[in-house]
Design a protein around this ligand. Structure first.
Ligand code: ZN
Length: 298
């Protein structure tokens, strides 16, 4: 490894093509983009296409088109996680051979009573890798970090998560492993993303520590909720972003992030809204929670 020659800002946007971009993704992408550009940094694009069975046909192309029409300009070529399997395999095998990860043959049914916290049933059974999930052993420790918007976040990996999957039984690599390896490989200094990933961060901190990788700064953008408390999560999604609505939705996303563009930007093209956003970006204005009425999401 060569030492990093500069600590210049490198940010990224890392969409999963299991669906199209919606208003919530626009808010996260915009925060990441403006934070990078306002710092004079680079902004990279990474397609997290780890799970072909769950990929929505046409989503990759639609995501790129939406980003372009909303005025996002990424640096260099987009990378795809589907091109990175050799790198994931190398690290996974190393962890397995060192006994830091192990094969798990538990069925979903067997794990049902444990409510998502793996109780370590296969920890010391020495199963072979074939037809098994691979889990990373976690320490009985609390991991904590200071998020730039959400403040201090702590999670006890042993009690709240348990040994977690880094390669699924069907051979697909898990998000947690791929994201950590790729962020380090791409030299990412600043991760700005949705708060749905706040509770994944301690797992990622542990992997960084284990692999001797640098720890980026984190900013988790609030999730959008409806005034009735509904999240824009998996069960409820705002409609895909459409090109014709780009300027007003970009302006709305900027306001959702606590920024204060004036009325002179109403009706302005996306390039002008983006320029204003970069020039006036103030991450300290981002609210910790965010409620947006459904009518304003498209
Ligand atoms: Zn097991």
């Amino acid at each position: 490894m060569t030492a990093s020659t500069s600590s210049a800002y490198i940010g990224r946007f890392a969409p999963t093509p299991s669906g199209y971009l919606h208003f919530g993704s626009l808010v996260a992408a915009l925060a990441s983009y403006l934070d990078a550009r306002a710092a004079g940094g680079r902004w990279l694009l990474r397609m997290e296409d780890l799970d072909p069975p769950r990929e929505e046909p046409g989503a990759q192309a639609a995501i790129l088109k939406a980003l372009e029409s909303y005025g996002f300009e990424w640096d260099g070529e987009m990378i795809r996680q589907s091109d990175r399997h050799d790198a994931y395999a190398a690290v996974l095998n190393r962890l397995f051979n060192q006994g830091l990860a192990y094969a798990c043959t538990c069925s979903r049914k067997q794990l049902e009573p444990y409510q998502g916290i793996y109780p370590g049933l296969c920890r010391n059974l020495g199963h072979a890798q074939d037809n098994a999930a691979i889990r990373l052993r976690v320490p009985e420790l609390e991991y904590r970090f200071i998020d730039r918007v959400q403040g201090e976040y702590r999670q006890h990996l042993g009690r709240e998560v348990g040994d977690f999957v880094i390669r699924r039984r069907d051979g697909l690599y898990a998000y947690q492993l791929a994201v950590v390896l790729d962020d380090a490989w791409q030299g990412i200094t600043d991760i700005v993303r949705g708060a749905d990933l706040l509770d994944s961060t301690p797992r990622q901190l542990y992997l960084q520590e284990l692999l001797g990788l640098p720890q980026p700064r984190y900013l988790h953008v609030p999730l959008i909720t409806q005034p009735d408390g509904h999240k824009l999560g998996k069960s409820y999604r705002s409609p895909p972003l459409t090109e014709d609505r780009a300027p007003p939705l970009l302006l709305r996303a900027l306001r959702a992030l606590g920024q204060k563009p004036g009325n002179e930007l109403e009706g302005a093209p996306v390039t002008q809204i983006m320029s204003w956003g970069i020039a006036h970006w103030d991450a300290s204005l981002i609210p910790r929670t965010l409620s947006v009425p459904e009518a304003q999401l498209s």
